[in-house]
Design a protein around this ligand. Structure first.
Ligand code: PMP
Length: 373
């Protein structure tokens, strides 16, 4: 029997869901901006102390919220914990966005803003990062006059790596007179730039965070929204009663306490990132400045074959050809060992591509001349 389900129009119009990649366990995982070194050992010790009684009881949030608020430098009333950073973004749609109302974003960016907007049936005002991956500040300020419900900015931006400075951010926040401004600081540990202290001045400013990146807890799904108490109270009304599981809370508390492990990891990523970019640049490959634990690379026509080559060697990277044009690839910065092996493979693949290009110059059947379909 064929089901006659009353499906919402926005869902009917949405393209089919593409599940994230699986089978990554034994691979060099440079495709999801994870902490490939793993979380702090203190996290495992904390989780090992949990008993069957802990698992059987609904989680309580007060004590953990206090600890985590202290880590973020805010009061517990200014912090909302969510089931991952993704879920922190969803709640803005539940609280502020009706079907057909407008939201603003600048692409290429983290796809979940568009994803939730499509589910909600919202209209998307879409700006673009420039050719040098610069943020379109003036255009954004102009578009804010049309009063979109929410403006999402990832800072630094995934995948471009672009970091907006304080002066530009303040211009944007000031121009957003009727808009909730969400500054997604998923990579803040790497950028060192945060607008969290501004929540005292700007009640329409919301900062989102995640424990999936520098903290290395992607599997446990913990995110956060930080905002002025009254503004956050609006979001709380759109939340389920138990959004976060106990293991995530216990792990996050242990992770924030271990400042030493985190700082050493971040320092290492910044050092390796700069080395890795230098390696690619010395081959003549274009990279863009990044304030995150990843680098956007433009391999040009050689890109698709290079990504394929890396895949064959068990190295996963994120191809962005579809939205950015052939050759754009985002590469997460992993451990020094991982980055040395990916640099080696890129060097080999790149030289091969150059040789082919010279040999087949001008011929339509050149192996590296095609864009992916
Ligand atoms: N924001 C940005 C900009 C991201 O890149 C990511 C993860 N890739 C997230 C939020 C969400 O991360 P998570 O759901 O794992 O917390």
């Amino acid at each position: 029997m064929k089901a006659k389900l009353p499906v919402r129009r926005a869902i009917l119009e949405r393209r089919t869901y593409e599940p994230p990649a699986e089978g990554r366990w034994n691979k060099v995982r440079l495709d999801f901006n994870e902490n490939t070194a793993g979380c702090a050992p203190a996290v495992r010790r904390a989780l090992a102390k949990l008993t069957p009684k802990h698992f059987a009881m609904y989680p309580e949030y007060e004590v953990s919220t206090k600890t985590l608020a202290k880590h973020f430098g805010v009061r517990p009333e200014e912090l909302l914990l969510t089931n991952g950073g993704d879920d922190a973004l969803r709640v803005f749609f539940d609280a502020f966005v009706d079907s057909k109302s407008r939201i603003l974003l600048s692409e290429p960016t983290f796809p979940m803003y568009r994803y939730y907007a499509e589910i909600c049936g919202a209209r998307i005002d879409n700006l673009r990062y420039g050719a040098q991956m610069e943020f379109p500040t003036e255009q954004a300020i102009r578009t804010l006059k049309e009063r979109p419900r929410v403006f999402f900015i990832a800072n630094p931006n995934n995948p471009t790596g672009t970091l907006l400075g304080y002066a530009e951010l303040e211009k944007i926040v000031k121009a957003a007179t009727h808009t909730a401004v969400v500054i997604d600081e998923a990579y803040v540990e790497f950028s060192g730039l945060t607008v969290v202290p501004w929540i005292k001045k700007y009640p329409h400013l919301f900062v989102t965070r995640t424990f999936s990146k520098a903290m290395g807890l992607a599997a446990l799904r913990l995110g956060a929204v930080i905002a002025n108490m009254d503004s956050l109270a609006i979001l709380r009304r759109a939340m389920p009663p138990f959004p976060v599981n106990l293991a995530a809370l216990v792990a996050a508390e242990a992770a924030v306490r271990d400042t030493k492990t985190r700082q050493a990891y971040v320092r290492n990523i910044l050092r390796v990132r700069s080395w890795f970019q230098g390696e690619l640049n010395s081959l003549g490959i274009t990279t863009y400045p990044s304030a995150g634990n990843f680098v956007l690379v433009n391999f040009g026509p050689a890109g698709p074959a290079l990504v394929q080559r890396l895949g064959q060697k068990g190295i996963l990277v994120r191809e962005r050809s579809k939205e950015m044009g052939s050759g754009f690839v985002r590469i997460t910065i992993g451990t020094e060992r991982e980055m040395r092996s990916v640099a080696r493979e890129i060097r080999r693949g790149w030289r091969k591509a150059q040789t082919y290009q010279q040999r087949y110059r001008g011929r339509s059947n050149a192996p590296y001349s095609k864009s992916p379909s």
